[in-house]
Design a protein around this ligand. Structure first.
Ligand code: ATP
Length: 240
């Protein structure tokens, strides 16, 4: 299976701090990969580097066989790489519908319309004419994912969709995500909640201090293995 997106030996720095170290990952079309790891493990930095928001110090990002490492973010969006950033970043004074339509500038041709987004996230239907600033966290998250879908992405990069949301609201967002996944979407998902990540993803990769320390198909990994990798327990045992 050829990868739609491949990250090869990627290094990303914030000044002197190396946040991503020699990370290699592949994502096949139609696959969902969950990236888990503790705060500061480098997940957001990796996602931003893939989207073109942060230039890597080394390594390559390959999309559909082409090296896109030095392409600008808007060109990656045109290719079909859509990032839903941590904290949603909607336009607060625009309505939900306007926020969705704003994505039109970077739009590729494809099936996503405002009506399709509402079908995927029914909670948005009565909110289309409300200002984004007046929405709850869950409603904002649905709008942010909907806005990314409006670009007709080939790959959705989702950064911590659960952040700051009540568990019941997260359940609703994940119900919609599960339908997207079943519909064949290709998703790279950052998720702090291991149980949730292991329920929805085909594969799970765990980052620790900038490196991918464990990766495998959902069925191959036990919760215990992922937990150990998440907290770096193995490594500590090995170096003790
Ligand atoms: P979180 O779950 O907290 O978002 P994360 O796994 O996404 O964690 P990153 O946000 O990528 O991790 O952070 C990786 C490392 O890079 C951390 O040590 C963090 O403090 C540092 N870092 C992140 N952004 C910046 C920045 N803009 N400037 C300097 N250091 C940064």
């Amino acid at each position: 299976m050829t990868a739609l997106l491949a990250v090869e030996e990627l290094d990303v720095r914030h000044g002197l701090l190396q946040a991503v170290r020699q990370v290699s990952l592949e994502l096949a079309e139609g696959e969902t990969l969950a990236l888990v790891g503790a705060n500061g493990a480098g997940k957001t930095t990796l996602l931003r580097a893939i989207a073109g928001a942060h230039r890597p110090a080394g390594g390559r990002i390959v999309f559909e066989g082409s090296d896109i490492t030095s392409r600008q973010a808007h060109r990656r969006a045109k290719l079909g790489i859509a990032l839903v950033p941590e904290g949603r970043r909607l336009f607060p004074d625009l309505t939900v519908e306007e926020n969705l339509r704003v994505a039109g500038a970077a739009r590729r041709s494809g099936p996503w319309t405002v009506a399709e987004v509402v079908r995927a996230f029914p909670l948005l239907e009565p909110l289309l004419h409300k200002r984004a600033a007046s929405l709850s966290g869950g409603e904002q998250q649905a709008t942010a994912i909907g806005r990314a879908l409006m670009t007709n992405p080939r790959v959705l990069l989702l950064d911590e969709v659960s952040l700051g949301l009540a568990p019941i609201v997260v359940d609703g967002v994940y119900r919609s995500l599960t339908r997207l996944i079943e519909g064949g979407a290709t998703i790279l998902l950052v998720e702090q909640d291991l149980a949730r990540a292991m329920r929805v993803a085909d594969r799970v990769a765990c980052m620790l201090e900038g490196r991918v320390v464990l990766e495998g198909a959902r069925g191959e990994l036990t919760r215990e293995q992922v937990t150990e990798a998440y907290f770096g327990l193995r490594r500590r045992e090995a170096t003790a």
